[in-house]
Design a protein around this ligand. Structure first.
Ligand SMILES: Cc1cc2nc3c(=O)[nH]c(=O)nc-3n(C[C@H](O)[C@H](O)[C@H](O)COP(=O)(O)OP(=O)(O)OC[C@H]3O[C@@H](n4cnc5c(N)ncnc54)[C@H](O)[C@@H]3O)c2cc1C
Length: 496
């Protein structure tokens, strides 16, 4: 699929979802592409982790819908289904709360029955909400398909039409609680704002469409783990002559006269390029890779003042047993308002927390070498390292508290007896091993000051011929948004 300007040399920093997607599209389009990755694996914070024959998605566990991922492969002239199998996750979750549970599904008939059982007063409200959010989401969609590297982009007709829907006077929770008087149900419909780095009490009502996206479009996972998707991308890159270098950290950009000319590697050798695409965390990029004398709008002190998302305490358990537990289970804190207050205002680990359990082995037996074994992933949202916690001290007690909570609320009473291998990641690990500024797993928050034109642009204005992809540029965090960023950024490059 050689379709454009030949032999421009492009260097991509980082082989996470964003870097690989951009590299795949551009190498298929005839550019000479080299990817430099500091880690020994591809996939970044979404890579596959192998613990003694038990495989885990290290970070991202599900994809919201399948459109951008198909579009990324199509942009490289490939068909996604020829490379990986997407498995729908349905029921989407099991929510377990103090006095009941709910298993939302995309099957409207089953969903009606499920709501009649668990929240009968909100059956009509729910379907009304889904209809309205569908219209709202469709109206807002042009925002994620437009780049915002100049304020003039706001003047496009498709963008102007979205203003009507950009209501931000109330918070997501307030708006949803007005629709759904039952607070537990309002929390189920609003917890997704955590993925944007905000509590539903802070996120503007503009984002009420997030739960619609999950509940209407469905959730998917990649059979065998997200690592299979990234391997497929690497294969396509290499077919077109591109190269992916592992364990090759980039030390800094090579800049002259506000133009990038290449990169300098750790061993002080350099590689020249016409264009450099950065996919590393934006804070890490500015602080480590752009020498201070070349920093303009974004300086270290600006990076330190930016709002970043929560971090995560994640336990990966290889088990010699399989449990009949939904792939996604969320045990909600008994008092969600208190939970958000302690987590996001006091920046502490709440005593009564929400636990997310990912049990992909329920639908995918390819994750373990041994039959009847399974790979269980448990995640707690915790403050990022802006708010220091002594994780060495906190981890053992938190681990025990997690097991206690799971025992109280699920049938996994003998879980600890069946652990054959275990690993835990704390915010310190996300910061150090995954090069994430402040260990913020979802990167820059989507506050009003950090979205659209105010988010770092797909074309980096400070240095010519530098572009950005990934969580910290437009449109934002999550695998699907990151793929969308790769589509936008590569479109800018191929147009020039
Ligand atoms: C615990 C957790 C749970 C999540 N859950 C979900 C989910 O369920 N669904 C979802 O859609 N999203 C989820 N996310 C978010 C999603 O994983 C990210 O938005 C996405 O993976 C970000 O991809 P990226 O390419 O922007 O960044 P990264 O994956 O961070 O990739 C950047 C790459 O750059 C490399 N790099 C950094 N510095 C250098 C350097 N100097 N030289 C060379 N290479 C460098 C890094 O090693 C890394 O490989 C989750 C994230 C985490 C951590």
């Amino acid at each position: 699929m050689k379709v454009c300007d030949p032999m421009k040399k492009i260097i991509v920093i980082g082989a996470g979802a964003g870097g690989l997607a951009a590299a795949m599209i551009l190498s298929a389009r005839g550019y000479e592409v080299e990817v430099f990755e500091r880690d020994g694996h591809i996939g970044g914070r979404a890579r596959t982790l192998d613990l003694d024959g038990h495989r885990f998605d290290v970070g991202a566990t599900f994809l919201t819908g399948d459109a951008p991922i198909k579009a990324v492969f199509a942009a490289a002239g490939e068909v996604l289904e020829n490379h990986v199998t997407l498995q729908p996750i349905d029921p989407l979750y099991e929510f377990i709360f103090k006095d009941g549970n709910l298993k939302p599904t995309t099957d409207q008939t089953l969903m009606r029955k499920e709501l009649e059982r668990a929240f009968p007063r909100h059956v009509v409200d729910y379907f009304d909400f889904i209809d309205r959010q569908k219209a709202k989401f469709q109206a807002l969609a042009p925002l994620s398909r437009t780049t915002f590297h100049t304020p003039l982009n706001y003047l496009r007709l498709s963008v102007l039409k979205t203003w009507w829907h950009k209501d931000s006077r109330q918070s997501v929770f307030k708006r949803l609680n007005r629709m759904f008087a039952d607070e537990t149900f309002a929390h189920i419909m609003s917890f997704q704002t955590k993925y944007l780095g905000m509590s539903p009490h802070e996120a503007p009502a503009y984002y009420t469409f997030l739960s619609y996206l999950e509940f209407a479009n469905g959730l998917y996972r990649v059979k065998g783990g997200l690592g299979n998707l990234f391997e497929a991308m690497r294969k396509v890159i290499e077919i077109y002559g591109g190269k992916v270098h592992l364990k090759t950290p980039v030390k800094r950009l090579l800049i002259h006269d506000r133009h990038v000319h290449g990169i300098v590697l750790e061993d002080d050798s350099y590689r020249s390029a016409d264009i450099v695409i950065n996919s590393a965390d934006f804070g890490h990029f500015i602080k480590q890779l752009v020498p201070p004398k070349h920093q303009r709008k974004y300086k270290t002190k600006i990076i330190d003042a930016q709002d970043r998302s929560l971090s995560a305490f994640v336990m990966y358990l290889g088990l010699d047993k399989t449990y009949n537990l939904e792939p996604h289970t969320l045990i909600l804190a008994d008092n969600m308002d208190e939970y958000y207050r302690v987590l996001m205002k006091e920046h502490q680990i709440p005593d009564h927390f929400t636990v997310y359990i990912h049990n992909p082995s329920a639908i995918d037996s390819s994750l373990t070498d041994e039959p009847n074994h399974s790979s269980l992933y448990i995640l707690l949202s915790v403050p990022n390292t802006t708010h220091p916690i002594d994780w060495e001290k906190a981890t053992p007690a938190l681990r025990e508290a997690v097991f206690k909570r799971i025992k109280e609320r699920t049938h996994l009473h003998d879980l600890q007896k069946h652990i054959v291998v275990e690993k835990t990641l704390t915010p310190i690990d996300w910061e150090r091993d995954f090069a994430l500024e402040k260990g913020a797993v979802f990167g820059l928050s989507h506050t009003r000051n950090q979205t659209l034109y105010r988010r770092p642009h797909n074309r980096f204005n400070d240095i010519k011929n530098v572009y950005l992809v990934g969580s910290d540029t437009h449109p934002g965090s999550s695998i699907m948004q990151v793929f969308q960023s790769a589509l936008l950024t590569t479109r800018l490059i191929t147009k020039n």
